[in-house]
Ligand binder design. Structure first.
Ligand code: FES
Length: 127
């Protein structure tokens, strides 16, 4: 009886490393140790824009940081490379405020902006 840890939005029992507010939806996600932001959203039952399924290659998951880039671990080489390739036309000052939600691991409470996040309900389809 019961559910697997992390499958019900309640986490693994470990204290979250961060609470991330996602605007404009206004939801707050508790992020467990080792989780990326998109993994936390999925665990909470939210759908997040993606084509690659969290593989770091489509760029659709990108977030805008509303509260400083020190709220996440620094991007690794894979994420830096993907961002540079996918967003080559983005102005550098905007690019510096963006991360891939499938790669970004928060280290403190923060707020990000991501349009297109929605909670899946039975029978509901995205617009
Ligand atoms: S989900 Fe595709 S790059 Fe993050």
């Amino acid at each position: 009886m019961g559910t697997a840890p992390g499958s019900d939005g309640q986490g693994t029992g470990e204290p979250p490393v961060a609470h991330v507010t996602v605007e404009p939806l206004g939801i707050v996600l508790d992020v467990q140790p080792g989780e990326t932001l998109i993994q936390a959203a999925w665990r909470h039952g939210y759908r997040w824009p993606t084509i690659c399924g969290g593989g770091g290659s489509c760029g659709l998951c990108y977030i805008e940081l509303d509260d400083g880039d020190d709220a996440f671990l620094p991007p690794d080489a894979t994420e830096r490379s993907a961002m540079a390739m996918l967003f080559a036309s983005m102005k550098p000052e905007r690019l510096a405020r963006c991360r891939l939600a499938c790669c970004a691991r928060p280290v403190r409470d923060t707020t990000v902006t991501k349009r297109g996040v929605w909670r899946e309900r039975p029978g509901q389809t995205p617009l």
